[in-house]
Design a protein around this ligand. Structure first.
Ligand code: F6R
Length: 611
């Protein structure tokens, strides 16, 4: 987590960095800070949002063309002014911004204290900058060399940028495990955790690899490994549009992203499906078609919402391709000595492509010889680069911390993969495949229709905005959707919510139901419809308030429910793409009505780069 931005060039550094930090605020918003060469090397930092830092800078002469900035998601040390980045070294000659965790910081700190270094904060980052200073003084070497040598001493994850009073035209950056992008403009350079702060100025970027060091000095970019081997920068041209990272008239990014779903779903299937001749095409899958065909098992590793998309994929792969699937929390999988063979395919699902646990889980599976396939949204991300092959979801940048369009894009891509493998394995017959392709094509317009429920859902949100608990129930393909609906509500409105398979309710959670309990039941017309009708009756019998998501035209469940949300009819395999929409809207409106910051919910960060 944490977002870092740095600039050197002909512009005023401060506004570029502040604007960049605002774009990266989704990565953490406990505190923000900036170091500028405005006369000397000065650090300004503040607990709270980037806007608080901006206000604190109002009376400061920020004039200068080089600087480094940081927005923090606290790991070591509580969120306060002192623990905010940047951090000076003891001499105050150099300053650092850091994203990641230095695991051996405590032992390094002891050593540095013995050598006379002093510390202001509780952070591991201040240890890193003092280590660099210590190496520089003891070895009488240049600052880039000291950073390179320090990379050999620290254990953990980092993306850092260092600025020195003595070399006021130089930025030094390094990475291991946390993302870092270099933007190359005309006579100017940018460094950032992702491309969003850069895209406004240039679309030429270089993604740093692990254990690489970048030195920007006198208009030159020099990249070398921590073993001091010079690398030729691999410059990529980004296609990201500026509008895609702005709110475009919506009150929140989350709402914009919910409403973008007809387009993002279409983008995620674009060019991958031709209905007329039931042709399905995905370069990454084609590369490993035989592996998929002969796989003993598919293991899906992911976290949070991406894990829910993985659960939908479990139903899809088993149903359409008849391959056994296990869906694992990446954080559990990586630490439980799992049995993995060379005939396993491991699919890592991640919006950001930077989630530390997912990355570690796939590295573990790779070391055991499994084939690793990635389903990521962020192009060039660490997970995308660590896989053997993969498919991007093409949902566009997702800025709201609560994942919405990334989920539906993941489910779309996973559905296509299941169809491709099912076709190849002969488990998905042509007529059914054709029907599914035709239905897939109609999904964007059906999502559009589901979005028209917005006004109705505002009304339902009014009724339940003060509830203290919610239950979400679903069966089959709608069970993961129930989990996702509950996660969305709790993360942005801070209302306790639980998602459950509807039939499991009577094994415990039914005890929670009384007249105060809103129960969202996803009860679309599918193979478990009759069963879920009984579950709704069980809730009614205990006086629970039923908010039912049903298929258009249903008359049975509406007769039993307090509120009915009708979504368009579709195939059972595709229903999560529609049934999740009202649940996203419900959580959004309830959170707004409760005065919560939906785009930046407390304690959360968009990209979880710590385990
Ligand atoms: C919930 C949410 C998180 C992420 C999780 C994994 O709305 O956004 O649960 O889904 O942190 O993140 P990625 O997909 O980036 O690996």
């Amino acid at each position: 987590m944490c977002g870092i931005v740095a600039y050197v060039g002909h512009r005023e550094a401060c506004p570029v960095i502040i604007k960049g930090l605002k774009r990266l605020e989704y990565r953490g918003y406990d505190s923000a800070g900036i170091a500028l060469m405005n006369g000397s090397l000065n650090v300004y930092k503040k607990k709270g949002k980037v806007a608080d830092l901006e206000a604190a800078l109002a009376d400061v002469d920020t004039h200068g063309n080089i600087g480094i900035g940081h927005t923090r998601w606290a790991t070591h040390g509580e969120p306060n002014d002192v623990n905010a980045h940047p951090h000076y070294s003891t001499s105050r000659n150099i300053a650092i911004i850091h994203n990641g965790i230095i695991e051996n910081y405590a032992s390094l700190k002891q050593l540095l204290i013995q050598k006379g270094h002093t510390f202001q904060s509780e952070t591991d980052s201040e240890v890193f900058i003092n280590l660099i200073e210590d190496i520089r003084v003891n070895n009488n070497c240049s600052l880039p060399e000291a950073v390179r040598l320090a990379m050999h001493e620290v254990v953990g994850a980092y993306a850092i940028v260092v600025l020195s009073k003595d070399t006021p035209n130089q930025l030094i950056a390094a990475r291991k495990g946390s993302p870092l992008v270099v933007g190359i403009g005309k006579g100017e350079f940018f460094l950032a955790s992702d491309a969003t702060p850069i895209i406004e100025y240039t679309n030429e970027v270089v993604y740093l690899n692990d254990y690489e060091l970048a030195v920007i000095h006198d208009g030159q970019l020099d990249i070398r490994t921590k073993e001091d081997v010079k690398k030729t920068p691999y410059v990529q041209t980004l296609e990201m549009a500026l509008e895609s990272i702005e709110k475009g008239g919506y009150e929140h990014f989350m709402l914009k992203e919910i409403f973008e779903q007809p387009k993002s779903i279409l983008d995620s299937m674009r060019g991958r499906m031709i209905a007329e001749n039931d042709h399905l095409m995905m370069a990454g899958v084609r590369e490993f078609e035989n592996k998929f065909q002969n796989a003993d098992r598919i293991i899906i590793v992911a976290c949070g919402t991406s894990w829910h998309a993985g659960l939908v994929a479990e139903y899809l792969f088993e149903d359409l391709a008849r391959i056994p699937v296990e869906v694992e929390y990446a954080s559990e999988f990586r630490y439980r000595n799992p049995i993995i063979t060379e005939k396993d395919i491991v699919i890592a699902i991640s919006q950001s492509g930077e989630t530390a646990d997912t990355l570690a889980a796939l590295e573990l599976a790779k070391s055991k010889g499994a084939t690793i396939f990635g389903v990521c949204n962020v192009v060039g991300s660490s997970i995308a680069r660590a896989t053997d092959a993969g498919a991007y979801t093409h949902a566009g940048p997702e800025i709201g911390v609560a994942s919405t369009k990334a989920f539906t894009a993941q489910v779309t891509v996973l559905t296509l993969i299941a169809m491709i493998i099912g076709k190849k394995r002969g488990t998905l017959e042509t007529t059914k495949l054709r029907q599914l392709i035709a239905e897939m094509e109609s999904i964007p317009s059906k999502v559009e229709k589901a979005l028209q429920l917005n006004e109705q859902i505002i009304g339902i949100s009014e009724v339940y905005k003060d509830a203290t608990n919610f239950l979400y129930l679903g069966r089959g393909y709608n069970f993961p959707v129930a989990l996702e609906g509950a996660l969305k509500l709790k993360e942005i409105s801070y209302i306790h919510a639980e998602g459950y398979p509807a039939a499991e309710m009577k094994h415990g959670p039914i005890a929670l139901i009384d007249e105060q309990m809103p129960v969202v039941v996803i009860a679309t017309k599918d193979s478990s419809y009759e069963k879920i009708v009984s579950n709704v009756q069980e809730v009614r019998a205990r006086k629970g308030k039923v908010i039912a998501v049903v298929t258009e035209g249903d008359t049975t469940i509406p007769a039993m429910a307090d509120h009915v949300i009708e979504i368009p009819e579709t195939s059972e395999h595709l229903v999560p793409l529609l049934s999740v929409i009202p649940l996203q809207l419900l959580s959004y409106h309830i959170a707004v009505m409760r005065g919560c910051n939906v785009d930046q919910p407390r304690n959360l960060a968009k990209s979880v780069t710590v385990e």
